[in-house]
Design a protein around this ligand. Structure first.
Ligand code: AR6
Length: 172
């Protein structure tokens, strides 16, 4: 799976893929961080569309068009707020990746870009989150050959180095 998964230090709103994943909140109506950047780049139609979806449970995901984004779709996944591991956060984070990839397969999406869900405002420890992302994506790809490329997008050199280190440990 090593050749399918690639880490990019970039602004996810600028990436041309079939779908980008948003680190959304339960309301799906926008917020700060990557969510704010995606809504800003997609334009107001995204929020109007999201309102009709009536929210999303933590660990689940919903799909919308990408509107003004280069990506055709946005998959809005709701990560858990880190609470020292006391609220099933690791399992819920894994479900975000699994449910997003499942939606991708159902919508014939072959290239997808994920931000590092929950590691900003939701305070999930970065290394732990990155390891969960890699484990979950790897297991999914083994059973779903239709996905051709998964980009793991980080914002900044520190996160980039960290993610590369974890990836190299994962795929020696
Ligand atoms: N491209 C790629 N990655 C980014 C970008 C970007 N443009 N902007 C930030 N990141 P966060 P969360 C990284 O806080 O922790 C929102 O208000 C960032 O460095 O966006 O899941 C929602 O509405 C970090 O590693 O999402 C929710 O209320 C990662 O994206 C809440 O924040 C996730 O950081 C969700 O919190």
């Amino acid at each position: 799976m090593k050749h399918i998964v690639e880490i990019l230090n970039a602004d996810i709103t600028k990436i041309t893929v079939d779908a980008i994943v948003n680190a959304a909140n339960n309301s799906l109506t926008g917020g700060g961080g990557v969510d704010g950047a995606i809504h800003h780049a997609a334009g107001p139609q995204l929020r109007e569309y999201c309102i009709t979806l009536k929210g999303c449970a933590t660990g689940k995901a919903k799909i919308t068009p990408g509107f003004n984004l280069p990506a055709k779709f946005v998959i809005h996944a709701v990560g858990p707020v880190w609470n020292n591991g006391t609220g099933d956060e690791e399992k819920l984070l894994a479900l975000c990746y699994q449910n997003s990839l499942q939606l991708a397969v159902e919508n014939n999406i072959k290239t997808i870009a994920f931000p590092c869900i929950s590691t900003g405002a939701y305070r999930f420890p970065f290394d732990k989150a990155a390891a969960i992302a890699l484990t979950t994506i790897d297991a999914f790809l083994k059973n779903n050959p239709s996905i051709e490329k998964v980009y793991l997008v980080v914002f900044g050199e520190k996160d980039h180095k960290n993610y590369e280190r974890i990836l190299n440990r994962f795929y020696p």
